[in-house]
Design a protein around this ligand. Structure first.
Ligand SMILES: Nc1nc2c(ncn2[C@@H]2O[C@H](COP(=O)(O)OP(=O)(O)O)[C@@H](O)[C@H]2O)c(=O)[nH]1
Ligand SMILES: [Mg+2]
Length: 315
């Protein structure tokens, strides 16, 4: 096993091989990963974390790549994490995306990583957050987290970002009526991508009308932005909106408030995971499996099974 403190030091010096190793360590939750995160944690909190979410095919990967390029051009370093909760294969997710993103992949100021940690102890959101913490500690100025779709697990993932960009497209359905509950609420910035396609303007106006209803007096959210990710139209306005959003949060004190809430949430999840880890997830799985028939047949209740686990732990 590598020494966590040593790896933490090399990583901070900007070594990409060390970075890859550190991320794998954290992603796979290999022994000592929490030690590494403990070393890195004091160095986190600088990077701007941006969640990019929206239905599959909306253009999130194309837009993420365009954003990465724009920030690079402006002299910032950019980390990208593509999250796929549906794929059971760790590290193998979104190969297509990775290949398409090679345009920026040769630049040492950009680091792109896909992850698929459906089985991660403590949940996908925590695991993703920890990978972002590694990138943050490594000094990346902008950290983009792209989801594949808009399931609950994915909304949970982007909810940890400072700024959430929701990408929609006129192709993905009959306007905003078809949007899942909770989707509008999670977003700070709304983008209608594929503005080169018909009805993009109409969708943007529909979203604006819906937002206006939600915030009748104060316009908490900016205007809906139109982009064509494939040719870069509207990307600089989006970059500006994202940067402005974070500056606004910092100025109002909301950035600190948000981060405090998220820190509390992270702490809770880490403690829960550590307790579960200590007890041994096998203990829980085993008890559930063992008690399944008893519960089905009415011989025992779920509470009896839980009590049995506690008794075993006390021994
Ligand atoms: N016409 C058009 N096609 C786009 C645009 N942005 C992305 N695409 C295409 O839409 C498809 C899905 O894009 P992708 O970025 O993979 O979407 P994701 O699933 O949301 O990550 C790809 O074939 C892109 O080339 C756009 O603004 N206009
Ligand atoms: Mg994608």
């Amino acid at each position: 096993m590598t020494d966590p403190a040593g790896l933490a030091r090399t990583l901070v010096e900007g070594d990409h091989a060390a970075l890859s190793r550190a991320i794998s360590w954290v992603e796979n939750q290999s022994p000592g990963f929490d030690q590494l995160l403990r070393e890195l944690f004091p160095r986190t909190g600088r990077g701007h974390r941006i969640g990019v979410t929206g239905p599959p095919g909306a253009g999130k990967s194309t837009l993420t790549q365009a954003l990465a390029r724009a920030w690079r051009t402006a002299g910032h370093t950019v980390g990208v994490v593509a999250v796929d909760p549906t794929s059971p294969v760790s590290g193998g997710a979104l190969l297509g995306d990775r290949i398409r993103m090679t345009g920026v992949a040769l630049d040492p100021g950009v680091y792109i990583r896909s992850m698929a940690t459906r089985g991660a102890l403590g949940g996908l959101a925590l695991s993703t957050r920890e990978v972002c913490d590694v990138l943050d500690a490594a000094g990346f100025d902008r950290i983009l987290v792209e989801t594949v779709g808009v399931g609950q697990a994915e909304l949970d993932v982007v909810a940890a970002a400072d700024t959430v960009v929701l990408v929609l497209t006129p192709e993905s359905g009959d306007g905003i009526q078809t949007l899942k509950a909770g989707l509008m609420e999670v977003a700070d910035i709304f983008v209608v991508n594929k503005a080169d396609r018909p009805l993009a303007d109409r969708l943007a106006r529909e979203i604006e009308a819906a937002l206006q209803m939600r915030h009748p007096e104060t316009r908490e959210v900016g205007p809906v932005l139109l982009t064509v990710a494939t040719d870069g139209s509207g990307v600089s306005a989006l970059v500006e909106a994202v940067d402005r959003h974070r500056a606004g949060l910092a100025q109002s004190g909301e950035l600190l408030a948000r981060r405090r809430r998220r820190l509390a949430e992270q702490t809770r999840r880490v403690v829960e995971r550590t307790v579960l880890q200590w007890a041994g997830p096998a203990l829980v799985d085993g008890a559930v499996e063992e008690g399944r028939l008893e519960v089905e047949s009415g011989q025992a209740t779920p509470y009896d099974i839980a009590e049995r686990v506690l008794q075993r732990l006390r021994r």
